[in-house]
Ligand binder design. Structure first.
Ligand SMILES: [Zn+2]
Length: 448
């Protein structure tokens, strides 16, 4: 755990002031809270599981230290808690009945609910993480489902984050595996940012990039050790997830941590939500999304961009109305379709702009390609690492059929205006041929 690096990153961050991670870190809960909130009263928020694991001990420690406490808010074990807007409103209402600072003990769902509810109640908050399960702890914004639709709602990251390695190591192994999938996804996310930067669409933020990318290979090197609850490996994983969150905080954008692999994941998440299918852990979808993206990158990197027929590509380029029609037709969930139409039109370029972009791609491809090759890992290597971490790698394991996966290669592009390799294969007219190769006998997905 590189505390100096984390502290240096936090000096650039807007919301989070303190991050404390270590074995026995629960002992520092009162001092950390005091550094950020002085004498303010506190309310511990947890669910039955996290209250038993750490919440109760935290509550007792704060009480023993003489701090004013509201009774803890503990969500029941059943029904399963989802990060939906109703829970946010209910918690907000509760928080408005007193002045205490929320201290949430939990991971993704509990943190997202508390993050947004605290913000709506005009309160900063503190988080005690209980699993290395995702990169949202230190990220700006909360992923909340409203009206059957998952969206990222703007709200600040916690003022302080504390995580005890003994607690993280004791988390269900599936939770730390899903965090590993989320972290490994930064490989393709970085490749997509390299593309957007080189094509002058979205410059790389020099403050955020190194936080995520400089140690990514080290953080993800030994997934096999995650199972044994190895403190060092879990510390690495958690450090990576925290740094990714801080990078998003610094950039005020999820770009440093999210590219085409997250487009696949979000598409599948919204499809499952729309069709009433069970929810799959975030990092499991991101992991398979990373394999899907890396496999497409492999096909793309075999192409010679000088061979592109710019005249033909510009002639065949769809109008705004045609894009709208195709995108709306492609999605079978009305709200998802509407959202995808808006996102797709937001990044629409004219045939003239397309010609300029293709010219730039041709001119810069040798440089771009070299950078992509340095950044990426082969799809097979990602698959081995994910398998070793205990993550699924067969789309069927997360409820995605091969036909759905194939369709996702074009649908994933439509749900977000952010530029990724999925846009590049579309603009260069290479999407259909590359995807056909992936699913042909002997192609990457032929084994499934
Ligand atoms: Zn993620």
């Amino acid at each position: 755990m590189d505390h100096e690096r984390i502290d240096a990153a936090l000096r650039e961050a807007s919301d989070t002031r303190r991050v404390v991670i270590g074995a026995g870190a629960l002992d520092a809960v009162e001092s950390t809270f005091a550094q950020c909130f002085e004498n303010a009263p506190v309310v511990v928020i947890a669910d039955e599981n996290t209250f038993a694991v750490a919440g109760q001990a935290i509550h007792e420690r704060l009480r023993a230290a003489g701090r004013a406490l509201e009774p803890a808010i503990v969500f029941p074990r059943t029904p399963t808690l989802y990060a939906d807007f109703e829970h946010v409103l209910a918690l907000e209402e509760r928080l408005r009945t007193f002045d205490a600072i929320p201290l949430v003990v939990g991971s993704g769902t509990l943190n997202d609910i508390t993050k947004l509810a605290a913000h709506r109640a005009g309160r900063q908050y503190m988080c005690v993480g209980t699993a290395a399960s995702m990169d949202g702890y230190t990220a700006f914004g909360a992923a909340i489902t409203k009206d059957g639709f998952k969206q990222t709602m703007a709200c600040p990251a916690p003022r302080a984050l504390l995580a005890d390695l003994d607690v993280l190591a004791g988390a269900p192994s599936q939770m730390n595996a899903t965090g590993y999938g989320d972290l490994l996804g930064k490989v393709t996310a970085g490749a997509d940012w390299i593309l957007a930067d080189a094509l002058e669409i979205e410059p790389i933020d020099p403050r955020a990039w190194p936080l995520v990318q400089d140690s990514l290979r080290d953080w993800t090197a030994r997934p096999d050790l995650l199972h044994d609850g190895a403190r060092q490996t879990i510390a690495h994983l958690f450090e990576g997830l925290i740094m990714a969150g801080v990078a998003m905080q610094i950039s005020a954008s999820s770009r440093p941590a999210s590219g085409s692999e997250h487009r696949f994941s979000h598409l599948w998440e919204m499809q499952a939500l729309g069709h009433g299918h069970p929810a799959i852990p975030h990092g499991f979808k991101v992991g398979i999304g990373s394999i899907a993206a890396a496999a497409l990158y492999e096909r793309l990197l075999t192409r010679d961009m000088r061979a592109l027929d710019l005249d033909a590509l510009c002639r065949a380029w769809p109008s705004r109305a045609e894009v709208e029609r195709r995108v709306r037709q492609g999605h079978d969930i009305p709200q998802l379709a509407e959202n995808a139409v808006a996102e797709s039109l937001d990044k629409y370029i004219t045939p003239k702009q397309l010609r300029a972009r293709l010219t730039l791609i041709q001119a810069r491809w040798p440089t771009i390609r070299a950078k992509l090759e340095a950044q990426l890992m082969p799809a097979d290597q990602l698959r081995e690492l994910l398998t070793s971490a205990g993550c699924p790698t067969d789309p069927a394991e997360i409820g995605i059929t091969i036909a759905q996966l194939r369709e996702s290669y074009w649908l994933a592009r439509t749900i977000r205006s952010r530029y990724t390799m999925l846009d590049l294969v579309n603009e260069t007219g290479l999407l259909d041929a590359c995807v056909a190769e992936l699913f042909a006998p002997g192609g990457y997905w032929a084994r499934y």
